[in-house]
Design a protein around this ligand. Sequence first.
Ligand SMILES: Cc1cc2nc3c(=O)[nH]c(=O)nc-3n(C[C@H](O)[C@H](O)[C@H](O)COP(=O)(O)OP(=O)(O)OC[C@H]3O[C@@H](n4cnc5c(N)ncnc54)[C@H](O)[C@@H]3O)c2cc1C
Ligand SMILES: *[C@@H]1O[C@H](CO)[C@@H](O)[C@H](O)[C@H]1NC(C)=O
Ligand SMILES: *[C@@H]1O[C@H](CO)[C@@H](O)[C@H](O)[C@H]1NC(C)=O
Ligand SMILES: *[C@@H]1O[C@H](CO)[C@@H](O)[C@H](O)[C@H]1NC(C)=O
Ligand SMILES: CC(=O)N[C@H]1CO[C@H](CO)[C@@H](O)[C@@H]1O
Length: 619
Amino acid sequence: MAPKLHLVAACLSLAVSAAAGAFADINKKAYDYIVVGTGPGGAPLAANLARAGHSVLVLEAGDDQTENLNVSQWFNFNAAGNDPATRWDFFVKHSNDEEQEARYIHRTWRKTDGSFCVGLDPPAGAKPLGVYYPRAGTLGGCAMHNGCLTMNPNDLDWNDIAATTGDDSWSADNMRKYLVKLERIHYNSTYKHGTDGWLDMTMLDPGYNKPDMRQLQELAAEAAGYSKADTPALLQRDMNGDQENRDNLIGPFGGVSHIHPNNRRSSPGYYLRDTVAEKKYPITLSLDTLATKIIFEKKGSRQPKAVGIEFLQGKSMYSADPRYNASNPGIPGVAYASKEVIISGGTFNSPQLLMLSGIGPAKQLKKHKIPVVVDLPGVGQSVSDNYEAGIIALANRPVADPSIIFPSFWKTTQGKIRDIYMWCGGFAFEGFWPGFPNLPPTFNSTYGPREYECALVHMNPRSHAGTVTLRSANPRDMTDINLNFFATPDSHKDIRAILEGIQWVRSWLSEVDPTAENSLAPFNELHPCKGVIGKQTCSDEEQMTYLKEQAYSHHASSSCRIGADGDEMAVLDSKFRVRGVKGLRVVDASSFPKVPGAFPVLPTMMLSEKASEILIKGF
Ligand SMILES: Cc1cc2nc3c(=O)[nH]c(=O)nc-3n(C[C@H](O)[C@H](O)[C@H](O)COP(=O)(O)OP(=O)(O)OC[C@H]3O[C@@H](n4cnc5c(N)ncnc54)[C@H](O)[C@@H]3O)c2cc1C
Ligand SMILES: *[C@@H]1O[C@H](CO)[C@@H](O)[C@H](O)[C@H]1NC(C)=O
Ligand SMILES: *[C@@H]1O[C@H](CO)[C@@H](O)[C@H](O)[C@H]1NC(C)=O
Ligand SMILES: *[C@@H]1O[C@H](CO)[C@@H](O)[C@H](O)[C@H]1NC(C)=O
Ligand SMILES: CC(=O)N[C@H]1CO[C@H](CO)[C@@H](O)[C@@H]1O
């Protein structure tokens, strides 16, 4: 299928006209609340506060691309991910081992002419940038270019937060009510769901009527312990239901996504945009506005209180923006909050803003001559991420009607509960790099029409050792990010779990009869072990080395994590309050103690609803 270029071209004029307006008039004005960032953490909270009658100022570094068809048509998500109108380019490390970093197949380099190149053999003079890590700097944050898959995390993930903080409102039972509140489901489920929330939720067609897909889905169902005949019902199973013992349910499920059945993306960005457009609520949205510092008031011996924000207004003020121009200084300003300031800049930007404002590890702040407001050693630490990898093979003939809509869970012997989420179909997804290729249905395949992949997401990583550290005191600079993958002595168990997930896929791909007429088999695996499936000779060790070095990720969390009283690395208490100051909270993916489930976008929205309740109702 050709990329839907006609869709993409039609919206150019819209994007340009949206960019032309003047900046919001907010300088020196005061509001009840200021919210920084409009991703899944910030946008629902800002909209809910305004709908409850509080005056709210929302600052967003990017602009409004909600009607850019790359964004609004969800299946253009990889075009959106590459779109300079929305993307922020981060480059991270996976470890401190330079030799290992140099073996990462999609390492990205800056060539002498300023452009990117990707791979192991860069031209002379090219400088290594690291592992490309996509983010969106736009109204709505990364939920405007993500893959839209949702998963209410395993119950254990929520219950763990309740147990470590002693705050029972984090229990899976209680958290589910925020899911029900925010969603408007368009699928049939026997479980309790919401039908009048702001987020459209659709269960995607699993493609069971396509013979190739059906055959592979039935084999996967059998390999998970069901019968072939169970497959259609399994493919309608609700990932976001509240089944008994759901943490242990494996095999095929329906793919529930934050989209409308008409293929329009649904997301917090639209909820916020529409709340502003209704003009009934006391809300001011200032786009093209980069928050640069939190202002504190210090009276006597009382804790410092956050009372406002300094910002820069201007296009592309942050250097992750591909259109960044350092000689455009922007227009500085300040705005005040009488009640609270809430930071929702995402996992990479929230800790940066705290540190720029004097909240963070004192040693690091002093190095950059930033006056210390609170020495909080956990800021920018404890970063955790889902590890991702794929088993990718070439079928014996083109895969008909490739579908990516086939999610499945797998429980390995390494995990107490299901710990591998996978989605399979005729595509190739092997991480991210500048210009990363499209997936179906608008796809541009990497290995041609015979490609077939199961992409694996490993949940509950043992290691939480990633770091976000300041590169400078300039708020327009990016930070240094090292995800420090697999950094605990028992991390090999995570790699082993990924391998077991891959072996599970092989177990059913090798069931396809190569002698049948028009067979898809044999499958010739490309990664992680070259060879005909069932006849490979790679050792576990070789494969685990490959997985360790080539794993990728895009669900980073926990850089400003919640933790118990007395946990010196905790940045927040269980009500999102930044420790050591007043009037300041962090509400976004950085708040999670650990990366939630396999897909963080839905839990981040649930967390935003929880924070809304705390601020509006006081509990
Ligand atoms: C390509 C891609 C695909 C993904 N696919 C999925 C998926 O299918 N399912 C899933 O569950 N998750 C997915 N994710 C992850 C998910 O989208 C993120 O975890 C989620 O968006 C995090 O929300 P957030 O509010 O913490 O931060 P973000 O979404 O990063 O939002 C932060 C916002 O704050 C703004 N901001 C930052 N700093 C400042 C500042 N100083 N001043 C003003 N504004 C600022 C940014 O512009 C941005 O709009 C994907 C992510 C990417 C990048
Ligand atoms: C859509 O994204 C692509 C990059 O993936 C970009 O080339 C194109 O200009 C974008 N279209 C619009 C309308 O912004
Ligand atoms: C839900 O079930 C009803 C009744 O069986 C059916 O008519 C309808 O098409 C179903 N909706 C979806 C989205 O599957
Ligand atoms: C960068 O900004 C400066 C100052 O506004 C301007 O003169 C220059 O043309 C800009 N450069 C580009 C490449 O847009
Ligand atoms: C397999 C395939 O369709 N590849 C195409 C991807 O897009 C590039 C650029 O448009 C083409 O050159 C490839 O042929």
